[in-house]
Design a protein around this ligand. Structure first.
Ligand code: 1HE
Length: 261
């Protein structure tokens, strides 16, 4: 069942694509404890017919990061638990049942960038900007930002952003590898949905391998990675869906690879 429209995270099906929207625009989608729980919950309870997810933010910004009004009287142990709660919720994005396309606009800062980095594909509108204000706020990333973001843009860029407060604009984020699509303002959702529809049409095992196997293989030493790759390749190609798709190509009934437009 879809959550009600006043939920902190709304859910709407577009065909086989589930659009999840951070829905706290008056606070720039700042992530309260309730919002992080709603986000993790939404990924746990995806509609059964969802084959891909688009994750977006309501209002003028994707997400202003951690709700700073809740960051007051935590002791060390509570701080660890709070961070681990974010890790659990964002793991549900990275290891969701289906691939996730994040559509970014406006502020994508702190915890907002951490959420975006847990997705599998990122689309930016030209209005997007990226920062880690943790340095200015006297805190540290706690939602996986020191693990996932350096893997996208390198440790040196993350250190620069956090130490100097550097803000990357949408072009810089695209050049750095934070995003792989850049579109005009107002066009992000259409692009994200179109990409998600393509993803939804893939064989489910291919999408599963992309989510579950690729990031793990990428962390292995080459020899172990190559062996694990051979296992995943064999599993995927043994699927009936793979056999059907290969036969369709050989029979001239499947599309060719097009040149980039
Ligand atoms: C907030 C938050 C927030 C906005 N926590 N309430 N994140 C930050 O350090 C970013 C802080 N926010 C900003 O720099 C700006 O709000 C924005 C650039 C994102 C947007 O600016 P703007 O002019 O569109 O909105 P605004 O007027 O600043 O904010 C509107 C309201 O949202 C206002 O509340 P109001 O009651 O006065 O209307 C703001 O206080 C509120 N608001 N951002 C709480 N973040 C797992 S660890 C992760 C660690 C981090 O994420 S650190 C980074 C925190």
């Amino acid at each position: 069942m879809n959550p009600p429209a006043d939920s902190l995270v709304t859910c709407a099906m577009h065909g086989h694509v589930c659009l999840l929207t951070l829905n706290r625009p008056a606070k720039r989608n700042a992530v309260s404890d309730a919002l992080v729980d709603a986000l993790g919950g939404a990924f746990t309870r995806l509609p059964a017919d969802a084959r891909a997810v688009v994750l977006a933010g309501a209002g003028d910004h994707f997400c202003a990061g951690l709700d700073l009004s809740e960051l007051t009287d935590r002791d060390v142990f509570q701080g660890i638990q709070h961070s681990r709660n974010w890790h659990a919720a964002l793991d549900r994005i990275q290891y969701a049942a289906v691939p996730v396309v994040a559509v970014l606009h406006g502020a994508v800062v702190g915890g907002g960038l951490e959420i975006a980095s847990a997705a599998h594909v990122r689309v930016a509108e030209k209005s997007a900007f990226y920062a880690f204000p943790e340095g200015q706020r006297g805190i540290f990333v706690g939602g996986g930002g020191s693990v996932r973001v350096p893997r996208l843009i390198g440790t040196a860029r993350v250190a620069d952003m956090m130490l100097t407060g550097r803000v990357l604009d949408a072009d810089e984020g695209q050049a750095a590898g934070l995003t792989t699509y850049l579109v005009e303002p107002g066009h992000g959702l259409a692009k994200g949905l179109a990409l998600a529809e393509k993803i939804a049409a893939n064989a489910p095992m291919t999408n599963y391998a992309l989510i579950q196997a690729l990031p793990r293989i990428a962390e292995l030493a080459p020899e172990q990675g190559l062996f694990m790759e051979s296992l995943v390749a064999a599993i995927a190609q043994a699927e009936p869906a793979a056999k059907e798709r290969l036969r369709a190509f050989l029979d001239g009934k499947a599309g060719k690879v097009g040149r980039p437009s």
